[in-house]
Design a protein around this ligand. Structure first.
Ligand SMILES: [Mn+2]
Length: 313
């Protein structure tokens, strides 16, 4: 399995093959509606029962070697042998770091080897086609590598892979997982059928933008949200968090999207931000979350216990 990490200097044909295979797995799971004894899929929404063990990894941003270290730390080949052990990535695989393509290839190979317990959520960096932003260097890095073949690789293989990534995950009774945050929902009728709405997020660009770009903030007085300084998405207040948790029966939100010292807790410790990139962010720490079913039952809404399950890399 060590060849999982030999993704440097792959030919364009290898890249196409690895990515197309991953997109096909996503499409096939979507078609079936399930992927294991504990997981269901509807469109771009995934639902899990509480797994035996859970590992969650935040933004990677092209930092291949930190990702490799995390895989070693979780002993991935033993960990993933058991399909009740789940590994979820929170998105933002590319840009900023030196090895965006290699990170994507490693993740795809991991998914191809363990299709039923490795899951990748989509980050805002994987959705430049919908919401362009300034710090996008992935395409120009591809041009350096593949020159005139880049357009074909990107449009026919990488973009379909990005579009196939999942957008919203729910672990029953425990946590919501997204890349950015919770969308501001003004009309609570949404929650009568929220799983249906979440399964077709790709058809609802305002909802997609918020899931990929939102950040939690402590907002003054009775404000539920404000516009984000990022220029895309919103800042959402604790009222929005509490409403989502009440309506879904979850206790927490696990998300990435903001650089921090490995992790940070906000909104009365109900939101855990994870950050798993180091090389492009020398001022910050990188970490991952690992919890057993017992840990999940013991945390019982008390997010102050999360630091016990954070591992720094
Ligand atoms: Mn992000």
């Amino acid at each position: 399995m060590n060849d999982l990490f030999s993704v440097f200097d792959h030919s364009i044909y290898d890249c196409i093959n690895i990515m197309d295979k991953t997109t096909a797995i996503h499409d096939n799971h979507r078609f079936q509606g399930f992927f294991s004894d504990i997981g269901l899929i509807s469109g771009h929404y995934i639902n899990f029962q509480i797994p035996e063990n859970l590992v969650v990894i935040g933004d990677i941003h092209g930092d291949f070697f930190t990702l490799e270290k995390i895989m070693e730390r979780i002993d991935f080949s033993n960990y993933l042998k058991n399909e009740s052990n789940v590994l979820i990535f929170l998105g933002d695989y590319i840009d900023r770091g030196k090895y965006s393509l290699e990170v994507l290839l490693l993740l795809c190979k991991l998914k191809n080897s363990y299709p039923n317990n490795v899951f990748m959520l989509r980050g805002n960096h994987e959705a430049y086609n919908h919401f362009p932003f300034s710090s996008y260097d992935f395409y120009s890095n591809l041009l350096d590598k593949f020159a005139h073949s880049t357009k074909l690789l990107y449009e026919n293989h990488i973009l379909p892979f990005f579009e196939s990534l999942f957008l919203f995950c729910e672990i029953d009774g425990f946590s919501i997982l997204t890349h950015g945050g919770l969308p501001v929902i003004e009309n609570t009728n949404f929650f009568e059928n929220y799983r249906f709405h979440l399964s077709s997020i790709l058809n609802n660009l305002p909802l997609l933008e918020e899931i990929l770009w939102n950040d939690p903030r402590d907002l003054s007085c009775d404000r539920n949200w404000s516009f984000s300084n990022r220029g895309l998405g919103k800042y959402f207040g604790i009222g929005i968090t509490n409403m989502w948790l009440l309506k879904t029966g979850c206790k927490f939100l696990l998300r990435g999207h903001e650089p921090c010292n490995g992790y940070k807790l906000v909104h009365d410790n109900k939101i855990l931000t994870l950050f798993s990139s180091k090389d492009p962010y020398p001022k910050f720490k990188s970490s991952f979350l690992k919890m057993s079913r017992k840990d999940i039952s013991e945390i019982n809404g008390n997010g102050l216990l999360f630091p016990n399950y954070i591992h720094f890399v």
